[in-house]
Design a protein around this ligand. Structure first.
Ligand SMILES: C[S@@+](CC[C@H](N)C(=O)[O-])C[C@H]1O[C@@H](n2cnc3c(N)ncnc32)[C@H](O)[C@@H]1O
Length: 403
């Protein structure tokens, strides 16, 4: 691979913004890619993938390059040089890369690879919590899996198509996919591509949704005609899946504390042809109280650490803080206690997170079952999905019934 100067410089600029200004990697990359209209798809994927790679391996690369935050521009070039050496990419003969110590880089890599927190490039506190909660062996495998680049999985929108029909249409647009066994609506892309540009996407034939995430709406056991409340709907990944499973019949009320996310949900619902979705912004406790005792199904896709989705969101390793984890656990429990009251007698509640930590998952459900609201529920089943076992995101879901 020959490196192009403007692509490498764009990558280094993006890294400076992510690491030193604390901006979100996806937003920075989106902005960077707009910088030059002449960049083709290969150029764009070089910038996106290299930036994500260096974000993912920040701790390891910084340690090898012997640089510390806040990174100076020359530090970022040194980290880039580490990326080149470890990837087997020839180092350009530019002044920024003069005297790159290739053998030393390889030697330091071998030495640091013996220690998990360096090898897997995670902060000390995260490595400790992971090992404490999951056990050394499971955490070692899990963090390894979470450091792999996530595959692109889409969900065929059954309101408009079938996975077979969709695969054919995408193939006609030059995008090859494979069916995923045991995930009835999912297709995985054989190669990464900008699928948002396809006619199939614009026509609402699919949504990008990880395979594990597709398990959540299924877990809710919905039927057409039901009244369903999706309490933490965000931009509606699961809401749209629920609408498809309910064949557009019945009612879905999508809630969130952020109105802008619900706006995006509405746009997506329109594209997907989901007509049974109504959005309500939670701007006071009244919004929730009005719904008490009214829903056949309630989904709490709770805010969480996101530790199960590090492979698609590697900068969360550096953005997450231990005190946030404490705060979010309290929020999860409060949400469970409050929103569970929306379920009517005999109805079901699904609590889900994209975390692999038991303290956000099964332990929260056990705590909830002991509370005043929780005493009315019994746990029907629960599922923990590890990325190291499934090959997709880490998730947790529990189904509870109100007696
Ligand atoms: C895991 S995300 C939801 C993802 C979404 N369900 C999907 O499938 O695309 C959690 C959501 O909870 C929302 N949230 C945070 N605190 C909340 C609260 N107290 N009540 C309702 N929603 C909340 C966040 O804005 C965020 O959109």
């Amino acid at each position: 691979m020959r490196l192009h100067r403007n692509l490498v410089f764009a990558t280094v600029d993006a890294l400076a913004e992510i690491f030193n200004e604390g901006n979100y990697a996806d937003k920075v990359i989106e902005k960077t890619l707009k910088r030059d209209k002449r960049w083709g798809s290969r150029d764009r994927s070089f910038i996106a993938e290299t930036t994500y790679d260096i974000v993912r391996w920040k701790r390891l690369y910084a340690e090898i390059a012997e640089v510390k935050e806040p990174f100076k521009r020359e530090d970022l070039f040194r980290m880039f040089a580490v990326w080149c050496v470890l990837r087997g990419v020839q180092i350009p003969d530019w002044p920024q890369f003069e005297k790159t110590p290739e053998r030393r880089i390889k030697g330091k890599f071998d030495e640091l690879s013996k220690i998990r927190k360096f090898r897997e490039s995670v902060p000390d506190w995260m490595d400790e919590i992971g090992a404490k909660e999951l056990g050394e062996k499971v955490w070692t495998n899990e963090i390894h899996a979470l450091n792999k680049q996530a595959p692109v999985v889409i969900r065929a929108n059954k309101l408009k198509t079938t996975p077979q029909e969709l695969a054919k249409k995408l193939s006609e647009e030059g995008i090859e996919t494979t069916n995923l066994r045991n995930y009835p609506e999912a297709l995985e892309l054989k190669e990464r591509a900008n699928i948002f540009r396809t006619a199939a996407f614009k026509d609402g034939l699919f949504e990008v949704q990880d395979a594990s995430s597709q398990r959540v709406a299924e877990f809710l056991d919905v039927e057409p005609g039901m009244r369903v409340v999706d309490t933490c709907a965000g931009a509606g990944g699961k809401t749209l899946h629920l609408a498809a499973l309910m064949a557009n019949k019945g009612q879905i009320i999508a809630l969130d504390i952020y109105g802008n996310k619900l706006k995006e949900l509405k746009r997506r619902a329109k594209r997907a042809g989901a007509h049974n979705v109504e959005t309500r912004s939670i701007d006071s406790t009244k919004v929730i109280k009005k719904l008490y005792g009214t829903a056949d199904r309630v989904l709490i896709d709770a805010p969480c650490s996101g530790l199960g989705v590090l492979s698609r969101n590697p900068d969360a390793k550096w953005k997450l803080q231990p005190d946030f984890l404490d705060k979010i656990r309290n929020t999860q429990l409060e949400i469970l206690e409050q929103y569970s009251k929306i379920v009517k007698k005999g109805g079901k509640l699904v609590y889900a997170t994209c975390s692999v930590l038991p303290s956000e998952n099964q332990q929260q459900v056990q705590k909830f079952l002991k509370t005043e609201s929780g005493k009315e529920f019994k746990l029907l089943r629960e599922k923990s999905i590890l990325s190291s076992e499934s090959g997709y995101d880490g998730f947790y879901m529990a189904s509870l019934q109100k007696e």
